[in-house]
Structures are given as C-alpha cells and as structure tokens.
Design a protein around this ligand. Structure first.
Ligand code: ADP
Ligand code: MG
Length: 328
C-alpha cells in the first residue's frame, strides 16, 4: 500500500459511521474483529454500483456515497434486519480528494443515522465502481424472506413507485433542476431512503418481503416464485407521487411504477388478519403503505384494473444480462 492510499484511508475512512461496542477492532488491521450477538442471525449482503450503469458519472459524489450504502440498507430492510457493520471496496480513476471527501460524507451520514460502523475496506485505481457489504442482525426465526407468501395474503408497497425512473429521465434531459418537484424526483434517484424502520416493524407481521430495486413486477415475481404462488395486482392502485403525476404521461406512470428501477421501497405480503396493524405501523415509521393486490394460488402475475378488467402492459424490469422477461 502506498503512503497516499494510507493517508486517504486515515483521513476519510478510519472513523466513519457510528462507534459500536461490538466492533473489537475496526479499520487499520488486516481484518476487522467483530462480536456478533448471541441468538441473532447475521444478515449479510453486498451490492456493487458501477459509474454510468447504476448512477450517472456526473452524479454528485456525496449522493454516490449515500446511495452505495442505501442500496445495501434496503436489502437489510427487506430482511427485517437491524444494520450493524459495513465494508467498502472503492475503485476510483484518480485520488480526487474533493470527490472522496464528499463521497465519505454521504456514506458516513447515512451510516451514522442507522447506527452502523464502517469496519474495513479497500481502495484501488480503475473505472469508478463501489462495492459495499452490509451486515445486520435479526432474531433467529424472525427474518422476512421471499418464501412465505400464501394465497389470500394482501400485497402492499411502501412509499411511491416510479419516482427514480422518472427522476433519471428528467436528469438525462437536463431537467432535474426545474423546480421543487423535479429536484425531489432527482433526490429519489440519487438519494434513496432505505425503509429500515419499516422492515423492523414488519417482523412478525409480513409473511414475505422484497425490496423494489428492479421494478415492482420483477421484484414481486421473485417473491411469487420463491413462495410458489401467483398474484393479482391492481395497476390502478399503484402509489404515484404528486411529482410523478405532474411530470409523467399516463403511459410513463404505469410503466415506471411497474418496471422502473431504483425506488428502494419495500413490497411485502401480510395475512388479512394483520392488515389492521398497517395504519399504525405506517404512521409510526412515517411512510405511506398501500395495498396493491392479493396473492392467489397458481403462478404468475395477473395485472388488472380497478374494475378487474385485464391490464395489458409491457413491463420488463431491469436485468444486466439481457432480456429474461422476468414476469413471474
Ligand atoms: P491489506 O493490504 O491488508 O488488505 P489495506 O492496506 O488495503 O489492507 O487496508 C488497510 C486497512 O484499511 C484495512 O483495515 C482495511 O480494511 C482498511 N481500508 C482500506 N480501504 C478502506 C476503505 N475504503 N474504507 C474503509 N476501510 C478501508
Ligand atoms: Mg493485510
């Protein structure tokens, strides 16, 4: 390791996030030493963001730092896990200190907010790419998985859908900064809010959960396959923000809300007898929850309108390796 890399680590990454008693040894040695909690399952995930693929190359560095951690927190949220530790592997074209400082600020603020410690990582030179590994805890047997949905369960989503896809479209056309609403849409793209406290509140209530990173149709499809069930989704109930209602055509709205990526909301299923708890959960965690459909026997996703007539919509979600047509 060269001195300058050492300096960068010391300056920007040696004390990022929260101090935690379960970190026996953090950044600075050959490996971190961590003390997992007895009786808790360790939830572990990793996600990579590639510049130009997962975020525009000109995205503000502070938001890239935020997003690199947020997408992992969203995975922990979908498991109902409480965030604890992260490692960060950063590949950057040059040691641009202004960029690194802003990146570390975005990462560190979100880590602190969620009581998470950065415990190790790596820095290399290359085209811009960021891998974050996140670890959290969930009491054994209480994790939310993709496998528990049963016929009759209600399908719910948090927040609003399609904002990030619209935000990207506006950003790419240089229209991300027109007014308060387009700036809000750009924020939804660049600075997603992982639904960590919602995931925690859904323990013992949701039968299955997934985070919506590649579009609702595709991500719900994962739940359906893992659970061995089908679903009916009412496309007229999909929650759309006022900003999206203003800036997207009706066509774009339904396309974005079904197959737009990067929203990082949660989609989850609940038994009917638990539905009455959702209002209290929504107001406690401060996020809207909308019921959008029902799990049914069989397989696949039926899209219907409010009057139950079939909705014919092309809804491929995002895939990296071609058109898998993941329609459930
Ligand atoms: P090694 O050569 O043994 O892999 P490094 O010299 O790459 O270790 O890193 C030294 C220490 O700094 C390690 O504890 C490592 O986890 C930490 N580290 C390196 N890069 C980062 C980073 N981007 N964020 C946090 N910690 C980092
Ligand atoms: Mg070493």
């Amino acid at each position: 390791m060269t001195a300058s890399e050492f300096d960068l680590i010391q300056r920007y990454f040696s004390d990022l996030g929260s101090r935690r008693d379960d970190v026996l040894l953090g950044v600075g040695d050959d490996a971190a030493l961590l003390q997992p909690m007895a009786g808790e399952a360790l939830a572990l995930c990793v996600d990579t963001l590639v510049g130009g693929v997962h975020f525009p190359q000109d995205a503000p560095a502070e938001t890239v730092g935020h997003k690199a951690l947020a997408v992992n927190l969203s995975d922990l949220a979908a498991m109902g896990a409480r965030p604890a530790w992260a490692t960060l592997s950063l590949t950057i074209p040059a040691a641009d200190e202004d960029w690194i400082a802003a990146f570390a600020r975005g990462f560190g603020n979100l880590a602190r907010y969620h009581g998470m410690a950065l415990v190790g990582g790596d820095i290399t030179r290359g085209s811009l790419s960021i891998s974050v590994q996140a670890a959290g805890f969930v009491p054994r047997g209480r994790a939310l998985t993709r496998r528990g949905a049963r016929p009759g369960d209600a399908i719910c989503v948090s927040g609003t859908l399609g904002d990030a896809a619209l935000g990207l479209q506006l950003w790419q056309h240089g229209r991300g900064d027109l007014d308060e609403e387009t700036r809000w849409l750009a924020e939804r793209l660049h600075r997603p809010t992982p639904r960590v406290s919602l995931g925690l509140a859904l323990r013992g209530c949701a039968t299955a959960a997934v985070d919506v990173s590649d579009g609702l149709a595709q991500d719900l499809g994962h739940v359906l396959r893992a659970s061995g069930v089908g679903a009916q989704l009412d496309v007229d109930r999909l929650p759309v923000s006022t900003a999206a209602a203003r800036y997207a055509t009706e066509d774009e709205r339904s396309r974005h809300s079904l197959s737009g990526g990067d929203d990082y909301e949660l989609c989850f299923t609940v038994v009917r007898s638990c539905l009455h708890k959702l209002d209290a959960i929504a107001s406690r965690v401060g996020v809207q929850i909308t019921r959008v459909g029902t799990i049914q026997p069989g397989a696949g996703l039926d899209l219907v309108h409010a009057d139950r007539s079939p909705a014919r919509l092309e809804v491929p979600g995002y895939t990296h390796f071609g058109d898998r047509g993941d329609r459930g």
